[in-house]
Design a protein around this ligand. Sequence first.
Ligand code: ARG
Length: 459
Amino acid sequence: MVRKTWGGRFKEETDTLVNRFNASIGFDRRLYAQDILGSVAHARMLARQGIIQEEEAARMIEALGEIKRGIERGEIPFSEDFEDIHTLVEKNLIERIGALGEKLHTGRSRNDQVALDIRLYVRDVIHETIALIGRVQESLIELGEKNVDLIMPGYTHLQRAQPVLVAHHLLAYVEMLGRDRARLTEGLRRVNVLPLGSAALAGSTFPLDREGVARELGFEGVSRNSMDAVSDRDFILEFLFAAAAVMMHLSRMSEELIIWSSQEFGFITISDGFCTGSSIMPQKKNPDVPELIRGKTGRVYGHLMGLLTTMKGLPLAYNKDMQEDKEGLFDAADTLTLCLEIMARLLREVTFNAERLKAAAAEGYLVATDLADYLVGKGVTFREAHGVVGRMVLHAMERGLELHDLPLDEMKGFSRVIDEQVYGWLSAEACVARRKLTGGTGPERVREALAAARKEWVS
Ligand code: ARG
């Protein structure tokens, strides 16, 4: 049994079940690199401030480096006796350099230490996430460029609505992911604040150089209130919300990939390498990958709700409840980065079935709005035009025809202003081409949007 760092005021051993219950080493071991990085900066600062000798700091830093390498080589086991990663590193340090190692914790508490470690971790994860979102955006842009002239039905209520370019549909996701990136980048400002120097809750009596440590660790500033600094987990919540929003976007995209690859739609084919089969039905090819992304969205939402709930009743300052912040954070980050990586690759395995898309866009009166717009051009009010076209659609449906199949004299029966030129308004291509406004699906706009998206999001 390792002696507790806080064992002095205790007469009895910790209950073995309590030892296990209390320990976070099983998961906060993932913070070893951050923990050591923070300790190195702290040691260097202690020496700079004359709190320890330069030579002492040098020995500490060297030993901390050995501990890091030892952990990476698997030579230092993560035993539960160590309670948490902070204790493991400190005990190992003392084992290596003796009493000198006991000086490292001067002016520091695990409370500001753990806050620092998670901030360093979240900062890295945010950078990684932003890069991975960029890869999904790149895949979407590439897929759009590859299919730049392809038209598909656009939907509302999952009913065919108006024709759009496939690339326009894909670029909608590029926008969503762009906002996610912006959200993450903005959150970074609040993550990038040094809590060290807050000590347990009230600050430290030692003349610590907080600004120096902040500079060394790449933080933009130091926390302004020690009690807030050790009990704030808002930055994790913000990350979890951003992660949940990304997952929501990936999930919607997944849902579309799933329905588009169904026989009912037949819009896309996903390559064999990204699908799986059935143990009983030999003919099956299932879109498990997007299904799993859609499914995993639930756990990321869960981690956001979980931590919000953990935090809601906590008095200031640190409470052990907050140890519960880590597993959800790690799982959310792992899930998110994995899903982003696989989505970026999956999108490269998608081919659009041009014939099916073309047929789908030509069928189901998707041009009806344009026909109404045509009538408006002839001086009919829009409401009147809407009614006329509604009646024409009904008539065409009853005859089993599309609008462009109706003979001119039949059309004239609905409105005398209709002339031969109407047929120029009744193809999916014409509908798309007419939507020239910024943000619309017109081919020129979409080509520009693809180029702009590439410039903005792909390095
Ligand atoms: N393992 C703890 C956590 O993750 C570290 C901080 C412990 N501080 C304390 N006073 N017990 O939150």
